[in-house]
Design a protein around this ligand. Structure first.
Ligand SMILES: C[S@@+](CC[C@H](N)C(=O)[O-])C[C@H]1O[C@@H](n2cnc3c(N)ncnc32)[C@H](O)[C@@H]1O
Length: 234
């Protein structure tokens, strides 16, 4: 599986730093991923490189104009020769969940658009055949962090990226519930010992304990998941 991600932003440096993280670098070097950041301002045509304007109907703040976003998407489609799946980061979007992440990972080409100010002119959604995605029920000041959240979660789904496929299998949400708690050395820290079963070397017992802990944690922190997850007692 191979993925291309283009990110359109007013703040390229906010995004580019993240490309140097181990997982992104490794994915690129192994040929699983290519990524490019585009400065939205490069797609303006006026001498002031204007990207925003006042909202029709009044109200506070500014809105990102449709033309630069549309031109940026058209440019990317033109030079890659691919329509791409256009995602506009927005608190008004569909909530990002692991199932959606996996779906995005199979898209082959993602074009992520970072909003700012009061958001992007709504007409861009239809014009670019885009979908809006939210990373949670809270409001951030820009779409750069959401775009990186989307990019990193998607890249983790590409087979071979993690090196150790087992590590993805045991992650939270892979089976619809949370992952199990982890411990490392020292065996005892401030009089708190690591659960004995983990030191037993008994594979079956460890597996059973982890399963039970994952369920307990889900029941306590995210009982909502148990309504949806199949095959787990609520
Ligand atoms: C201040 S927010 C705009 C909020 C917008 N007026 C609203 O009511 O939904 C500016 C930008 O941050 C990004 N953003 C903020 N919260 C987000 C979230 N939860 N998920 C995804 N993107 C978000 C979007 O790109 C948005 O256009």
């Amino acid at each position: 599986m191979n993925l291309r991600i283009d990110i359109i932003t007013l703040f390229p440096s906010l995004v580019e730093g993240h490309f140097q993280t181990a997982i992104m670098e490794r994915s690129r070097k192994r040929g699983f991923l290519s990524m490019k950041v585009h400065n939205l301002r490069s797609f303006t045509l006026d001498r002031y490189r204007t990207v925003d304007d006042y909202p029709f109907g009044g109200g506070p703040g500014m809105v990102l104009k449709p033309e630069p976003v549309f031109r940026a998407v058209r440019f990317i489609r033109g030079y890659t020769g691919s329509q791409g799946r256009v995602v506009i980061t927005s608190a008004q979007g569909k909530l990002l969940k692991q199932s959606l992440v996996e779906d995005l990972a199979h898209s082959g080409h993602l074009i992520l658009v970072c909003g700012r100010y009061q958001g992007i002119d709504e007409r861009v959604i239809d014009m670019c055949d885009a979908e809006e995605i939210s990373i949670g029920d809270y409001v951030l000041s820009g779409g750069e962090l959401p775009a990186l959240v989307i990019a990193e979660s998607v890249v983790r789904c590409i087979p071979g990226v993690l090196g150790d496929e087992e590590s993805a299998r045991i992650d939270s949400f892979q089976r619809g519930i949370l992952g199990f708690p982890q411990y490392t050395r020292p065996r005892e820290f401030r009089e708190k010992a690591v659960p004995e079963v983990l030191l037993s070397g008994h594979e079956a017992r460890i597996k059973e304990w982890r399963e039970q802990q994952a369920l307990e944690k889900t029941r306590s922190n995210r009982p909502d998941l148990l309504h949806v997850a199949k095959g787990f007692p609520e």
